[in-house]
Design a protein around this ligand. Structure first.
Ligand code: TRP
Length: 332
């Protein structure tokens, strides 16, 4: 039997951070063994907010190198820059004719992203349709995402089901894969918000490429809560609990074991150990990245392979869709 397909993607806005590593890349790394995998760099999603063109271009290539440095095997899997396969945009248009305005206005991410904006671009509003196109285009079985993307995934399923019902079976209905452990890493200074790579305050995030001194500094400065006992208590000690979650995700130790290990010790002791663990995890990634990023030709070749394979797969879906909606085929 053919292997099932997983598909996921990250927006190249800001620097990949430890939240992306724990919530996504670490899981992708495991899943790639058992699935045919497609990992996207969703640059078309990124331009829903303002981007400096030269930086976006650089960041896309840097993301590819970081995916590989985190253990994604580029030979076995396809790494694709979203804009390299025009089928994403083509399918999105058709799916948008099967999506209700009401559905999009209920998306919590849209509501929070558009809250303080004056002129809201339509891309921000139709963003989830592009995400549905990403997924349905490649007939993905499983989509690893953070819990904040669950609603978008449900919309993708609804759109797919609607299309299948209106015509005949066309799209596979994708299942979400939401990791239980540490899927939500919070900001270091503001532990009530998610750690976000596009945060303008870099003290809130640990980037995958931060050097050891900076990591230590950021962890030392991370807010903890008053008190001196190291206990996991999200409600009353959100800052400390976030740090414990990071510790747990990187060591696979249980909270119980961690609490016992630091019984009677100071927060500073815990922070220093945590910084060591993060540095140990990220150093090999940074080293590998520094090698890869020098070899632009190699990265470009990986991307050409990815988008060619991707295009081949998605062409099947697109031609089926064009036929079903009634577009006149052109002479070959
Ligand atoms: N919207 C996702 C996020 O912000 C990124 C994304 C775009 C994605 N297309 C996708 C995730 C397809 C999974 C599958 O995290």
């Amino acid at each position: 039997m053919d292997k099932k397909t997983i598909l996921s993607g990250i927006q190249p806005s800001g620097n990949l951070c430890i939240g992306n590593y724990i919530g996504a890349l670490k899981h992708w790394n495991k899943l790639q063994k058992d699935y045919e995998s497609i990992f996207l760099v969703v640059d078309m999603h990124a331009i829903t907010t303002n981007q400096v063109p030269s930086e976006l271009r650089k960041r896309c290539l840097s993301f590819v190198a970081q995916y590989i440095a985190c253990g994604i095997n580029p030979e076995k899997n396809d790494i694709i820059i979203q804009s390299h396969n025009s089928h994403h945009a083509e399918l999105m248009w058709i799916l948008s004719c099967f999506t209700y305005q009401g559905e999009l206005s209920r998306m919590t991410q849209y509501k929070s992203k558009s809250k303080n904006l004056k002129n809201i671009n339509t891309g921000l509003f139709t963003y989830p349709i592009l995400m549905a196109a990403d997924i349905l285009l490649y007939q993905a079985d499983l989509v690893p995402v953070g819990s904040d993307q669950k609603q978008h995934l449900e919309l993708s399923r609804d759109i797919a089901q609607r299309f299948n019902k209106h015509y005949t079976d066309t799209f596979k209905i994708p299942e979400p894969f939401i990791p239980k452990n540490g899927s939500r890493i919070m900001s270091l200074q503001n532990p009530n918000n998610k750690m976000s790579k596009s945060d303008s305050n870099s003290n809130n995030i640990i980037s995958l490429l931060d050097d050891p001194n900076l990591i230590r500094k950021k962890i030392n400065r991370a807010v903890t809560d008053s008190g001196s006992e190291l206990t996991f208590d999200k409600k009353n000690k959100p800052g400390l609990s976030n740090l414990i979650t990071i510790y747990k995700a990187l060591t696979s130790d249980s909270i119980d074991v961690i609490e016992k290990r630091f019984l009677g010790k100071m927060y500073s002791h815990f922070k220093s150990d945590l910084a060591d663990i993060i540095i140990e995890t990220l150093s090999p990634i940074r080293d590998e990245y520094n090698m890869l990023i020098k070899d632009k030709d190699y990265l470009m070749k990986i991307l050409a392979k990815g988008s060619n394979n991707g295009f081949r797969k998605s062409r099947n879906t697109i031609s089926k869709v064009y036929r079903k909606v009634g577009f006149l085929p052109k002479l070959k």
